[in-house]
Design a protein around this ligand. Sequence first.
Ligand SMILES: [Zn+2]
Length: 182
Amino acid sequence: MHLSKKIKPFNYCPACGSSDISFGDMKKVRCRDCSFTYYHNVAAAVAAILEYDEKVVLIKRAKEPCKGKLDLPGGFVDPKESAEEAIKREIREELKIDVKELEYLGSYPNIYKYEDVLYHTCDLFFYSKIDALPTDFDKKEIEDLILTNPLEIPDDKIAFESVKMGLGMFKSSKFHVKHEAQ
Ligand SMILES: [Zn+2]
């Protein structure tokens, strides 16, 4: 991919205003004039695969990036927060429900573009079985809730690569194995 100026987190040194800044390894920004250095490190994010009645709760995104596409409940981990706390908070904020038992499934890298800045993330996937469907949700973030069989979700309707991978991991292991075994 061509390294355009836009994928740098910023184009001018925040310390001296110079435009002579380098961007290496997709994370290190360094000013050649004053040596100011900033690491645009990978951000931790969490996502939940919530199973209800042999289906999975997906959200239709109300906001960019990937507005209108399907995603899992979740978001960025806040400062001083654990991944477990983050996913419970995101589920509470987005779906207005509390999930107590969560199982860690695995993680995938993702690229999240927001206001022309690319954020490399590491998305941690959690699984939980829920015994009631959410009756409300955060309308600012979510256009609609969709309950669907994960085997029937076309990849091109899914917002992010990591979510495709996470659902794939879920389909090929837990969910699939369990249903094959029946
Ligand atoms: Zn500088």
